[in-house]
Design a protein. Sequence first.
Length: 348
Amino acid sequence: KRKRSGEGINIPLDLTVEILHRLPAKYLARTRYVSKQWRTIIDDYIVKNSVVTRSLSQPSPDAPHFILDTLLDGGVVFSYTYSRQIRSERNQIVEKMFAMTATAREFQYVRGLIGFWSCTRGQFTLHNPTTRRSVPLPDTGIPPRRFYLFGYDPLRNQYKVACIARPTSEPEQSCKVFTLGDLGKEWRNIKCCIERHSPFGTAVCIGGTIYYTATAENQRNVIISFNVVSEMFSHVPEKLNGRYGKSSLDMDVWVMENAEKQEWSKITHMAVLQGIPSSMCRFGVTHPGGEIVIVPYFYYYLGSEGYYYNPNINSRRSFVIQSPRLGGTDLVRIWPVTDPVENIMSLM
């Protein structure tokens, strides 16, 4: 009912919450800044996780599908997020007009948030593409030679970042964990509880566990997992640790059958890489179709081809990455995003 005092329409709280629930994520993120009262309503009554869940079932075109690591003059690296939009038969990728700052060299995408850091500066920064806000985490106190693991705890609905020191002369390898949203905003020391190792490559978080490759002290390459819930490290079964750098036209896909027992099965897709340059060796999996993305591992010229492979029908199609900001001679590295979603959570 409209009040006589001229204060406008008094909408009941339950109806307000229902209306806000129906807003797209990007508008919901903006609405949080209308007033303190609106922010409280959204934070207290609209579960942030529900926005992510809705986005997983109904993917938004505004969610990032690729991150480009762009090498410009002077060796400065800038990073941009991209969205997939079908503009032609070749499924071209067109830039959305939001950009990340920073001199970043490594990325991890987890449930709507991007974590990135510089190998030289060592600081870890979180970026939310939906709200377009970034926040650097406090310094870990670990020497510059460090590696970060970014993951999500589905039991407590928490994001965590682990920082591992590269092997040194110290008897025990240092490791610390930061929980996003922790009021103390401090890094906690945890035991590495596994042999000393040097992580490399890109880590991925699946079902509350982060998997990454590393070099052990005996110089063998291994796959290690970090459970985000228990904060424990463990070895992935030895059969998954193949020979890196071995060229083949076939592609082996390991499928986790039982996470608790670490039971895996292997599916080999024949001749997937037929006719694709050997430099194309960075992989990702798209959502929701389950297509495998094949892109160049090293810096490549903008406008070069990438590929989608559908294992269900054994079909491959190409795409081209374009940008209105960058020139065709700019060098980029392409990072496929797994399960692109929108997330309105605050990083502070």
